[in-house]
Design a protein. Sequence first.
Length: 210
Amino acid sequence: MGLTVANKGGDYAPPPAGTHLARCFRVIDLGTQKTTWQGVEKASKKIQIVWELHGESAERTPLVTNEGSPLVVSSRYTPSLGNKAALRKLLVSWRGREFTDDELLGFDLKNILGAWCMVTITHNSKGDKTYTNVTSVTGVPTMIKKAGLPEGVSPAVYFDIDDPDMDVFHSFSQYLQDTISSSPEWRMRNGDDDGFTTQPIDETGDDIPF
């Protein structure tokens, strides 16, 4: 599909809740994925945006893994710039301005790779599991910019399911590879004529929360 949008496992400690300085380092085309909302299953195209976190938690603990790498957080979106699309709201909040009419005709998501922002994270517990949610993304305050941004750590990765870089694909976790491989686009690419399901495909995702 190309990652230009328009108006038409592993066990680890979750990143701490709060607002953190972050850098976008991955934009991944997941293909069409099934989602369930209020008991209704739909199929919709999804992308995953991934950020690395910088700084410290409220307890002054560095936001790094035991190996010293930045903690990361990700969220999935339907690739749409429709009026009610969650991705559009995120990008407007991040940029601090609305899209122009020309930009709505096609916004290349490569533009956000390497971009810095403030990511607000909340936790949602269900049973013995804790889910990490990205609830807002905003621009970096001028005061922080003046103090100087840190160096980015993770290499920028852009993955397009229609023109896949297999080296990049194999660098993903097994869970992420399986997610992409389950999409009808990937299955059709590999000669599976039954790749596309009979589920309705929602192109906008405007009625699905993220």
